[in-house]
Design a protein around this ligand. Structure first.
Ligand SMILES: Nc1ncnc2c1ncn2[C@@H]1O[C@H](COP(=O)(O)OP(=O)(O)OP(=O)(O)O)[C@@H](O)[C@H]1O
Ligand SMILES: [Mg+2]
Length: 277
């Protein structure tokens, strides 16, 4: 997070993306992406709809198989195009290092909040139920929802569901948290509570890569903002520099869109369309 907060960011990258490409058929969606995220750094990724932000985020943990390039997370480096058992094992290890939070919360409706958060530690890490419950409770406490541990997801607000989803990702004790528009599906009055949890994580020194349309959050919490357009990172800068003096015309247009609210309308209609699907 930014320098007004006393956190020591190491100069070592925790994520290193090099020469990343992704084609969907003829569509070149990621074009030679290079990006480092340092230990304890918060990087926000912004860009118009369809610019490739989700594809980039999903490529980091191979939810989307990159077409070319290298992804390194916490010293584990994987080349695109790998196959076989060793590759699958490495991808599994890499996924353990990355926690991901999506726009949709995807909680299990038949499980209590606590059981939802325990699921990964029990099923993936093979921890005992007692150990997993302890970790789950600690992480529910971090997101301010320990008091809801016995509740079922359908009795939570959208903001609370997303905070449980964050606790669920944290319970796997990942090295980095990836967020893909975590507040886009929320009613406006519920956005703040989720952003506050994310701010707290940043203050605690969590390394985070966040796709967001929340410019206030990017401005306040990000160490750097990376701007995507047409499958490329066209500009990376500290938020204060980027918002004051963007060097790329496309960044300028994007920021003006946010300021005038037209981008918000785009994002809202896109979210509504996704909900209807
Ligand atoms: N599975 C897929 N098959 C084919 N094309 C895809 C697939 N997923 C994404 N795309 C295309 O790749 C491009 C980038 O999509 P992506 O979802 O990464 O954009 P985004 O920046 O996250 O957009 P948004 O802000 O709307 O979430 C778009 O043109 C999209 O239509
Ligand atoms: Mg997206």
């Amino acid at each position: 997070m930014n320098e007004t907060w006393v956190v020591h960011m190491s100069a070592e990258p925790l994520i290193r993306i090099q020469g990343l490409h992704k084609w969907f058929g003829m569509l070149h969606v990621l074009n030679d992406i290079c990006l480092d995220v340092m230990h304890r750094e918060v990087v926000c990724l912004i860009g118009r709809s369809g610019s490739g932000k989700s594809t980039l985020l999903r490529s980091i943990n191979f939810l989307e198989e990159p077409s070319a390039g290298t992804i390194e997370v916490d010293g584990l480096s994987i080349e695109a195009g790998g196959k076989g058992r060793l590759h699958r094992q490495m991808v599994h290890e890499l996924r353990l290092k990355t926690g991901m939070v999506f726009q949709e919360f995807n909680l299990f409706p038949h499980m209590s909040v606590l059981e939802n958060v325990m699921e990964g530690p029990v099923m993936v890490k093979r921890l005992s139920k007692t150990a997993a419950a302890e970790i789950a409770e600690a992480n529910l406490d971090r997101v301010g929802l320990l008091f809801k541990k016995d509740e079922y997801p359908n009795r939570l607000s959208g903001g609370q569901k997303q905070r449980v989803a964050i606790a669920r990702a944290l319970a796997m004790e990942p090295r980095v948290m990836l967020f893909d528009e975590p507040t886009s599906a929320l009613d406006p009055e519920l956005i703040g509570e989720v952003l506050n949890v994310m701010k707290k994580l940043a203050l605690e020194g969590t390394t985070m890569l966040v796709v967001t349309h929340e410019m206030g959050f990017a401005r306040e919490v990000a160490d750097r903002v990376a701007v995507m357009a047409d499958g490329e990172i066209i500009e990376t800068a500290k938020p204060e520099d980027l918002f004051r003096a963007p060097s790329e015309p496309r960044t300028k247009a994007l920021i003006e869109g946010y300021r005038s609210g037209t981008h918000d309308q785009d994002a809202r209609s896109r979210t509504a369309a996704k909900r209807r699907k």
